[in-house]
Ligand binder design. Structure first.
Ligand SMILES: [Mn+2]
Length: 221
């Protein structure tokens, strides 16, 4: 008896998930920002904010998060770095939230202990759609390059708010301000990499007992 087509057909391949990508354009009287993100990328960074040190930090998110990230920012740097810093946090957070969609299948939680020479920072992240920042980071110096170190809290607050993330950062010890802030961005990158990953055991499930992590969810999930 001849074999049927089904008996000889190779097993069908696992369905391929489309890459989770998004783009955001955010224009105000203070800044003009464009962001493109691919959460399933390879860590490619193409960042130009007009602030060299901020570029260096945002590149860490891409490289250590395995996220492809393009950022173009034209801000009122003649005023100071404040608006450009804060608004890149908003726009990158928005892009992460858009790319995550209904957050189905994600691991949701991520954390990292990030050493950098004498500095150790702990980052814990919940992509809960419940924005909250805990910031226990202090800098010995007021400035790094052109940037006031107090601006980094603004960046992480803006990111947590617009990404819909509960985000806790604490520098446990450290002396060099450059290392301290860089450990925060690298720690965020590592925590994000874990939290946005698709968990194969719950790939079609929204990881909440409420059944939703969507934008219109009520508090308490
Ligand atoms: Mn550095």
């Amino acid at each position: 008896m001849p074999k049927t087509r089904n008996e000889t057909a190779p097993p069908s391949p696992a369905p391929v998930r489309p890459a989770r990508s998004a783009s955001v354009e955010r224009v105000t009287r203070e800044t003009n920002i464009r962001v493109e993100i691919n959460l399933d990328g390879q860590g490619h960074a193409d960042i130009r904010t007009g602030i060299g040190f901020l570029d260096h930090m945002l590149e860490q998110i891409a490289r250590h998060g395995l996220i492809d990230l393009m950022v173009r920012a034209e801000g009122d740097l003649q005023v100071c770095c404040h608006h450009t810093t804060e608004d890149t946090g908003i726009a990158i957070g928005q892009a992460v939230a858009l790319a995550l969609g209904d957050r189905r299948g994600i691991v949701r939680y991520g954390h990292a202990y990030l050493p950098m020479d004498e500095t150790l920072t702990r980052v814990a992240l919940d992509l809960s759609n419940r924005p909250y920042l805990v910031w226990k980071v202090a800098f010995p110096r007021d400035k790094i390059g052109d940037m006031d170190t107090e601006l980094f809290r603004e960046w992480f607050q803006a990111f947590a708010q617009s990404a819909g993330a509960t985000l806790h950062l604490e520098t446990l010890y450290g002396e060099n301000s450059h290392h301290i802030v860089e450990s925060c961005y690298k720690g965020l990158a590592r925590a994000l990499r874990t939290a946005v990953a698709i968990d194969p055991r719950q790939a079609d499930i929204v990881p909440s007992t409420k059944g939703t992590l969507g934008a219109s969810m009520s508090p308490g999930s």
